[in-house]
Design a protein around this ligand. Structure first.
Ligand code: AMP
Length: 397
């Protein structure tokens, strides 16, 4: 599943056409109702501006929050329309509804080189059900469909997939980049190909580990999930997070790595806390030697060196999940060390959303990475080799 052959906005004539663009405008708000981080809107601007410059009549849509299938103005996209008005330099009007009279009238009236918006697609429960009638109604607003919402590309919803049954369907620049970088790494990685996986649970990452075991030269496992591997190997893990029902799975992964000649690296030491707290007392011990009453909350300094040297000289690095409880300064060191090693490696570096993306941004490494995915869940499913309905539905070149 690499999708390298999907059509993009540049493969279709948009001049004078009404183009429905599915964006990810699911932005956070502060307590006063102001957009607190407009990053997702800014990221969508490249596609929107391309369409405007090429005289399309742009109709923007997105979800925002979880209005549970009902009209609830707390989740209105009006603040996004106001933000776009400023960013684009003309008034971006927003309809009162999604597929009703207001949306139809506004979509019919949009001029070439201008953009309007319809309301939050999740105001209708049919959206998440990928209902055919609702998809058809969305499609009837336009002549071309563009999906640029990578963050929801792993969902088969009406505005992310169903609508493509009724219109020519292409991707925008955000999805194009995700496809090019991640798809490229999975099909023809520059070697050595190193994957770094962390985060809380093995069960969340098992699909990714299995898929990458077929492709990688080295797999590094850190974070909470490493303690399940340690315990499966007979190590003492004290009160560390552990999935006891996944021991066989962990052993299976280690056996598969050996069989395939993949270098599987686990922590050799660990930074402990005597409570799950940012203020916990800490100590460092070798892996598998954790006393009762203590829990592993980060990798230790010897492991930092081991992981950094495995990353050095890599051709491609894929990283998903922190090495410890990186939200807390006392247990962020391992994640910082890995982020630094990836940033300095010179490899094609792909960061899969969520906490690892946040760590890179917080540390000022974002610019040094080749690609920080705009979708945590979607990038994981991509790396698992699963079909992404929001991309699979788009037309081939
Ligand atoms: P994920 O969403 O699976 O990537 O997991 C990220 C979460 O894993 C973060 O909130 C971390 O705080 C948490 N985490 C990482 N390492 C540990 C650990 N050793 N013990 C408990 N939680 C952890």
């Amino acid at each position: 599943m690499n999708y390298l052959n999907k059509k993009t906005v540049e493969d279709i004539d948009v001049a004078g056409k009404r183009v429905l663009v599915r964006c990810d405008f699911n932005v956070p708000f502060d307590s006063e109702g102001n957009i607190s981080d407009p990053k997702r809107i800014n990221e969508a601007l490249k596609t929107i501006k391309y369409l405007l410059d090429n005289n399309a009549k742009v109709i923007l849509c997105s979800h925002l929050g979880r209005p549970k299938g009902e009209f609830n103005m707390k989740y209105s996209l009006k603040p996004v329309a106001d933000y776009l008005t400023n960013a684009l330099g003309f008034e971006v009007k927003i309809a009162d509804d999604v597929i009703g009279e207001s949306a139809k009238a506004l979509a019919a009236s949009v001029e070439e080189g201008k953009a309007v918006m319809i309301e939050n697609v999740r105001f209708h429960k049919e959206e998440e059900k990928n209902d055919a009638e609702f998809s058809k109604a969305l499609a009837s607003l336009a002549e071309i469909y563009v999906n640029d919402a990578f963050g929801t590309a792993h969902r088969a919803h009406a505005s992310t997939a169903g609508v493509a049954d009724y219109l020519p369907a292409v991707c925008g620049y955000l999805i194009q980049k995700e496809i090019a970088v991640m798809g490229g790494a999975l099909t023809e990685p520059k070697r050595p190909f190193v994957a770094i996986l962390g985060g809380a649970k093995v069960s969340d990452k098992i699909g990714v580990i299995n898929n990458l075991l077929d492709k990688c030269d080295t797999i590094i496992i850190g974070g909470g999930m490493s303690y399940t591997f340690s315990a499966a190997n007979g190590g003492k893990i004290g009160d560390s997070i552990c999935e006891a029902d996944k021991f066989d799975l962990a052993k299976g992964i280690m056996a598969k790595a050996e069989e395939k000649g993949v270098n599987l690296l686990l922590p050799i030491d660990t930074r402990l806390g005597d409570a799950f707290s940012p203020e916990a007392n800490t100590q460092i011990v070798d892996a598998g030697q954790i006393p009762d009453g203590w829990q592993g909350l980060d990798i230790g300094p010897k492991t930092e060196e081991l992981f950094a040297s495995a990353v050095k000289g890599a051709g491609t690095v894929v990283w998903n999940g922190p090495m410890g409880v990186s939200e807390w300064d006392a247990f962020a060191s391992g994640t910082i060390a890995v982020a630094t090693a990836v940033a300095e490696s010179g490899a094609i570096s792909i960061i899969g959303g969520g906490d690892s993306a946040a760590a890179c941004e917080k540390l000022g490494f974002a610019e040094k990475m080749t690609h920080i995915s705009t979708g945590g869940g979607a990038s994981l499913e991509f790396l698992e080799g699963l079909e992404l309905p929001g991309i699979a539905c788009l037309n081939e070149k």
